[in-house]
Design a protein around this ligand. Structure first.
Ligand SMILES: Nc1ncnc2[nH]cnc12
Ligand SMILES: [Zn+2]
Length: 350
């Protein structure tokens, strides 16, 4: 393992911004900024229950996951045409490139759109075209993860999978998101088994608000390769051991956890604890337009609040490459670039 050189504390924020990183937990509908929501509403003739951008932003005061989801699904109602999906994803990729994201795996929620009469083709074509352009024009390698909404039935998830199969080459994985409590992973056992047969990668949100039992069943019943969030694992020592031993990555989202009151304060976040226990934690933005920051804001704010160091920064970026579904050649190239960034940081003042 690379010996991380000592980095003076005042240079750490710039190092966090400069280091190459992968983003593995971003809901593309959660990157829809209020300005773009209003622009798309006007373009598409959709009425919004808010007078202007400022009053919409004022509504972003959440008490838990559900209070956020209600507003998040309302925001997505302005997305109707292929170009809308492209514009949303492109805006995210421009922000990601500025944050030195070299690889991004984007969640999208087809049921949020197909339930409103938007076709699967419209959603997938718009997002996929933006992914291709991100690689070619911005140097951000990108792929898509189709998420099933867990507050809906498994039957609806199967229908969604059926609708998506003509576009099988345009997404690499399935995931599970939306309201966690009361919707345990095992509700989706059969559809995940089918996705595994189809050769798709598998991930699921678990242990965001839900108990460690949901993380166990995501692993043992759904057979997922990564856990999205997973911060509740600290309440179960055997689970912590399992996650560390099997190098199951956790895609942690500090500002999301703060805004949805998972921790009373960012200073109470357990990211350091997860890393010190040997877990493959990563840092991500979840829904950056709603939670007050993109991936670099998540890094700089959680480091400032909890006193993490350059060693943790290196580990988090390294974990993000290792846990990604990219190929080994790409991973080695990004890891090389990461080491170079740390060496440059020590040699020169950024
Ligand atoms: N943080 C989150 N948890 C569950 N579902 C989501 N959908 C968008 N953001 C989510
Ligand atoms: Zn999420």
């Amino acid at each position: 393992m690379f010996k991380v050189p000592p980095v003076p504390a005042q240079r750490l924020p710039e190092l966090l911004r400069q280091m190459p990183k992968a983003e593995l937990h971003i809901h593309i509908e959660g990157s829809l900024e209020p300005e773009l929501i209003f622009a798309l509403a006007q373009r598409n003739g959709v009425a919004l229950p808010y007078a202007d951008v400022e009053s919409l932003r004022r509504a972003y005061a959440f008490t838990n996951l559900q209070s956020f989801l209600d507003i998040y699904y309302a925001g997505a109602s302005v997305l109707l045409h292929e170009q809308d999906f492209y514009d949303m994803a492109w805006a995210y990729f421009e922000r990601a490139a500025a944050d030195n994201v070299v690889h991004a795996e984007l969640f999208f929620d087809p049921q949020t759109h197909t339930e409103r009469g938007v076709t699967m083709a419209t959603v997938v074509h718009g997002l996929h075209r933006a992914c291709v352009d991100a690689g070619q024009k911005l140097g951000v390698n990108a792929s898509l993860i189709l998420c099933f909404l867990r507050h809906l039935s498994e039957e609806s998830a199967f229908e969604t999978l059926e609708q998506a199969l003509p576009f099988r080459d345009k997404f690499i994985s399935v995931g599970l998101d939306s309201s966690e409590l009361g919707h345990p992973p095992e509700k989706f056992a059969r559809v995940f088994a089918r996705c595994k047969e189809l050769g798709l990668h598998l991930v699921a949100h678990a242990g965001e608000e839900g108990p460690p039992a949901y993380i166990w069943s995501a692993l043992d019943v759904l057979k997922v390769e990564r856990i999205d969030h997973g911060v509740q694992a600290v309440h179960d020592a055997a689970l912590m051991q399992r996650l560390a031993q099997d190098r199951i990555a956790l895609t942690v989202c500090p500002l999301s956890n703060q805004k949805l009151c998972v921790f009373p304060d960012l200073a109470d976040h357990n990211l350091g604890k997860l890393l010190e226990a040997g877990l493959a934690a990563t840092v991500n933005s979840d829904d950056p337009a709603y939670f007050g920051g993109y991936i670099n804001d998540n890094f700089t704010q959680v480091f400032a609040a909890t006193g993490l160091t350059a060693r943790h920064a290196y580990q988090l970026a390294f974990n993000s490459f290792e846990a990604s579904f990219a190929g080994n050649a790409d991973k080695r190239a990004w890891e090389h670039k990461l080491k170079e960034t740390f060496e440059r940081c020590v040699e020169h003042d950024y």
